[in-house]
Design a protein around this ligand. Structure first.
Ligand code: AP5
Ligand code: MG
Length: 234
């Protein structure tokens, strides 16, 4: 049983960053925390895929890079995040999933959040690399409600069908072994420095072990978030 959480009126999560390599479970955990804390999940990957489906200029520019496992330029992603953060549902907090991914994005976010009521807290989900390939190649998603499955570890009740709305599940175009290795390269070259940047913030950073069952990881993230926010400086 998970421990009871203070409800949204007692506890303001504020801005929360979920960090970690491809497949560590950022999206899975963000969706669970979003429901619990009643704050939005802002996934830059999901926003870019949405742009791609709608054939916007940004989506078409991003498509080729995403298919190759490369990062989309900082200016474009920062602008997209800026527009999303301006929506009123971010007032009590939000979970940024997959952003920032470069030091430039992290520094931009610092300037963006100067006037926010609470400082940002960052939680890194750590999973050994050898586990991640199976998570990525086994992932399936519902194109309608966004529920994330895994054919090995989190299968739907009926093969390839979403439990929630019976839609046929899809596989992301970048969830191949080849693109996974490119995404890991991007992570090592650009995003691992972002984790060290937030680690150096001391009281605003924590790491959780993501190589455990989903509900145990959620429990750890929840407890970590409460602890970080109860620190006098946060
Ligand atoms: P994005 O969509 O963010 O992809 P990613 O970072 O590679 O992360 P994933 O979504 O693959 O993994 P996740 O950590 O969310 O894991 P999930 O919960 O799904 O980005 C895609 C692309 O967009 C980038 O490559 C880049 O091109 C571009 N982009 C995005 N943001 C950008 C930015 N800021 N700047 C520039 N470019 C950007 O779980 C994975 C699987 O594991 C699932 O099958 C799930 O069921 C399973 N699973 C989860 N938790 C567990 C568990 N505890 N035990 C067992 N299985 C589990
Ligand atoms: Mg994700």
């Amino acid at each position: 049983m998970s421990s009871p959480l203070p409800n949204a009126t007692d506890f303001l999560p504020g801005p929360v960053l979920l960090l970690g390599a491809p497949g560590v479970g950022k999206g899975t955990q963000a969706k669970l925390l979003m429901e619990e804390f009643n704050i939005p999940q802002i996934s830059t990957g999901d926003l870019l895929r949405g742009n791609r489906e709608q054939r916007t200029t940004l989506g078409m520019m991003a498509e080729e890079l995403m298919t190759k496992g490369l990062l989309v330029p900082d200016d474009l992603v920062n602008e997209m995040v800026s527009e999303r953060l301006a929506l009123p549902d971010t007032e009590h907090g939000y979970i940024l999933d997959g952003f920032p991914r470069t030091l430039n994005q992290a520094e931009w976010l610092d300037t963006k959040l100067v006037a926010y009521m609470l400082p940002v807290v960052a939680i890194n989900i750590a999973v050994p690399e050898k586990v991640l390939l199976e998570r990525i190649t086994g992932r399936r998603m519902c194109p309608v409600c966004g529920t994330i499955y895994n054919i090995y570890t989190q299968p739907p009740k009926s093969e390839c069908i979403c439990d929630a709305d019976a839609t046929k599940l899809v596989q992301r175009a970048d969830d191949t072994e080849e693109v996974f290795h490119e995404r890991m390269n991007s992570f090592r070259q650009k995003t691992s420095a972002v984790i060290e940047y937030y680690r150096s913030h001391g009281n605003r950073f924590a790491e959780v072990d993501g190589d455990r069952p989903v509900h145990e990881v959620t429990k750890s993230i929840r407890a970590t978030l409460l602890k970080l926010r109860h620190h006098p400086e946060n």
